[in-house]
Design a protein around this ligand. Structure first.
Ligand SMILES: [Cu+2]
Length: 67
């Protein structure tokens, strides 16, 4: 298990939060996802690699920023 933190742009409301959570859990059903909407940060505890998590979120139309 690993902990990944991503900076994600374009999230503006609860729907965005749920869309991001769903996108991650579609790839890792057991992942713990927490989203800090104000800071635009997504923290994921689970089996996904950073690349896989970033790709899942980007596929929903959000901007995953480096760092
Ligand atoms: Cu939204």
């Amino acid at each position: 298990m690993s902990v990944i933190e991503l900076q994600v742009g374009g999230m503006s409301c609860g729907h965005c939060v749920r869309a991001v959570e769903r996108a991650v859990r579609a790839r890792d059903a057991a992942a713990k996802v927490s989203v800090d909407l104000a800071a635009g940060r997504v923290r994921i505890e689970g089996a996904l690699t950073r690349e896989a998590a970033a790709e899942a979120i980007a596929a929903q139309g959000y901007e995953v920023r480096p760092g």
